[in-house]
Design a protein around this ligand. Structure first.
Ligand code: ZN
Ligand code: ZN
Length: 134
Protein backbone atom coordinates (compact mmCIF):
# COMPACT_ATOMS: atom_id res chain seq x y z
CA UNK A 1 0.00 0.00 0.00
CA UNK A 2 1.32 3.38 -1.01
CA UNK A 3 1.57 6.17 1.52
CA UNK A 4 0.13 9.63 1.17
CA UNK A 5 1.44 12.67 3.00
CA UNK A 6 -0.30 15.65 4.48
CA UNK A 7 0.65 18.94 6.05
CA UNK A 8 -0.74 22.15 7.49
CA UNK A 9 -0.52 25.51 5.76
CA UNK A 10 2.56 26.75 7.66
CA UNK A 11 4.31 23.40 7.18
CA UNK A 12 5.13 22.82 10.85
CA UNK A 13 2.83 19.78 11.07
CA UNK A 14 3.41 16.89 8.67
CA UNK A 15 1.91 13.40 8.68
CA UNK A 16 1.77 10.27 6.60
CA UNK A 17 -1.04 7.69 6.12
CA UNK A 18 -1.48 4.58 4.04
CA UNK A 19 -3.51 5.72 1.04
CA UNK A 20 -6.31 3.41 2.09
CA UNK A 21 -9.43 5.47 2.77
CA UNK A 22 -12.85 3.81 2.80
CA UNK A 23 -15.28 6.76 2.98
CA UNK A 24 -15.24 10.34 1.66
CA UNK A 25 -18.02 12.67 2.76
CA UNK A 26 -18.72 16.34 2.18
CA UNK A 27 -20.44 17.32 5.44
CA UNK A 28 -22.72 20.34 5.29
CA UNK A 29 -23.75 20.36 8.97
CA UNK A 30 -23.68 23.65 10.83
CA UNK A 31 -20.72 22.57 12.97
CA UNK A 32 -18.65 21.74 9.88
CA UNK A 33 -19.55 25.13 8.40
CA UNK A 34 -18.07 26.71 11.54
CA UNK A 35 -14.94 24.55 11.75
CA UNK A 36 -14.20 24.90 8.02
CA UNK A 37 -15.25 28.53 7.72
CA UNK A 38 -16.86 27.43 4.47
CA UNK A 39 -19.79 25.52 2.98
CA UNK A 40 -18.75 22.07 4.15
CA UNK A 41 -16.04 19.85 5.53
CA UNK A 42 -14.43 17.35 3.13
CA UNK A 43 -13.53 14.36 5.28
CA UNK A 44 -11.88 11.07 4.39
CA UNK A 45 -12.20 8.13 6.79
CA UNK A 46 -9.68 5.40 7.48
CA UNK A 47 -8.49 3.07 10.28
CA UNK A 48 -7.85 4.74 13.64
CA UNK A 49 -4.17 3.79 13.70
CA UNK A 50 -3.46 4.77 10.08
CA UNK A 51 -1.37 7.83 10.81
CA UNK A 52 2.23 8.68 11.55
CA UNK A 53 3.00 12.21 12.68
CA UNK A 54 6.25 13.21 10.97
CA UNK A 55 6.64 16.63 12.59
CA UNK A 56 4.83 19.17 14.73
CA UNK A 57 2.63 16.71 16.66
CA UNK A 58 2.97 18.97 19.73
CA UNK A 59 1.29 21.80 17.78
CA UNK A 60 -1.88 19.78 17.09
CA UNK A 61 -4.76 21.03 19.23
CA UNK A 62 -8.04 19.10 19.59
CA UNK A 63 -11.41 20.72 20.20
CA UNK A 64 -14.47 18.68 21.24
CA UNK A 65 -17.92 20.22 21.32
CA UNK A 66 -19.90 19.18 24.43
CA UNK A 67 -22.50 16.54 23.72
CA UNK A 68 -21.64 16.17 20.03
CA UNK A 69 -19.46 13.76 18.09
CA UNK A 70 -18.11 16.70 16.13
CA UNK A 71 -14.48 17.46 16.73
CA UNK A 72 -11.79 19.46 15.10
CA UNK A 73 -8.05 19.26 15.23
CA UNK A 74 -5.90 22.06 13.96
CA UNK A 75 -2.37 23.46 13.89
CA UNK A 76 -1.96 25.98 16.70
CA UNK A 77 0.38 28.04 14.52
CA UNK A 78 -1.70 28.39 11.34
CA UNK A 79 -5.19 27.05 12.22
CA UNK A 80 -5.22 24.50 9.39
CA UNK A 81 -7.53 21.46 9.91
CA UNK A 82 -5.72 18.21 10.67
CA UNK A 83 -6.64 14.52 11.16
CA UNK A 84 -8.34 13.32 14.35
CA UNK A 85 -9.95 10.23 15.81
CA UNK A 86 -13.74 10.49 15.55
CA UNK A 87 -15.87 10.99 18.66
CA UNK A 88 -16.90 7.32 18.56
CA UNK A 89 -13.24 6.26 18.45
CA UNK A 90 -13.93 4.07 15.42
CA UNK A 91 -12.28 6.01 12.60
CA UNK A 92 -9.55 8.44 11.76
CA UNK A 93 -11.04 11.49 10.06
CA UNK A 94 -8.66 13.14 7.59
CA UNK A 95 -9.60 16.54 6.14
CA UNK A 96 -9.09 16.13 2.38
CA UNK A 97 -7.54 19.59 2.06
CA UNK A 98 -4.75 18.67 4.46
CA UNK A 99 -3.48 15.98 2.06
CA UNK A 100 -0.66 16.73 -0.37
CA UNK A 101 -1.54 13.95 -2.81
CA UNK A 102 -4.48 12.20 -4.44
CA UNK A 103 -6.57 9.97 -2.16
CA UNK A 104 -7.42 6.44 -3.35
CA UNK A 105 -11.17 7.20 -3.49
CA UNK A 106 -13.44 9.98 -4.77
CA UNK A 107 -16.31 11.72 -2.95
CA UNK A 108 -19.13 9.37 -1.89
CA UNK A 109 -21.82 11.90 -1.06
CA UNK A 110 -23.00 15.15 0.51
CA UNK A 111 -24.22 14.55 4.07
CA UNK A 112 -26.36 16.75 6.35
CA UNK A 113 -27.63 18.24 3.08
CA UNK A 114 -30.66 19.90 4.72
CA UNK A 115 -28.31 21.99 6.88
CA UNK A 116 -26.34 23.30 3.89
CA UNK A 117 -25.50 26.99 3.69
CA UNK A 118 -28.34 29.07 2.25
CA UNK A 119 -25.98 30.37 -0.46
CA UNK A 120 -24.62 26.97 -1.54
CA UNK A 121 -27.09 26.04 -4.31
CA UNK A 122 -26.42 29.21 -6.31
CA UNK A 123 -22.67 28.80 -5.73
CA UNK A 124 -22.77 25.56 -7.73
CA UNK A 125 -23.90 27.36 -10.87
CA UNK A 126 -21.90 30.59 -10.51
CA UNK A 127 -19.12 31.68 -12.91
CA UNK A 128 -15.63 30.21 -12.70
CA UNK A 129 -12.27 31.90 -13.24
CA UNK A 130 -8.80 30.37 -13.22
CA UNK A 131 -7.64 33.21 -10.92
CA UNK A 132 -9.21 36.40 -9.59
CA UNK A 133 -12.23 37.60 -11.58
CA UNK A 134 -11.39 39.77 -14.60
ZN1 ZN B 1 0.57 25.03 10.72
ZN1 ZN C 1 -20.47 18.00 9.75
Amino acid sequence: MENIQGSCLCGAVRFSCENNFNQFHLCHCQQCQKTSGSAHAANLFTAVDNIEWLSGADLVKRFDLDGRAITSCFCQACGCSLPYVSGTGKALVVPAGSLDGQPNITVDDHIFWEERACWYDTALTSQTFSGFPK
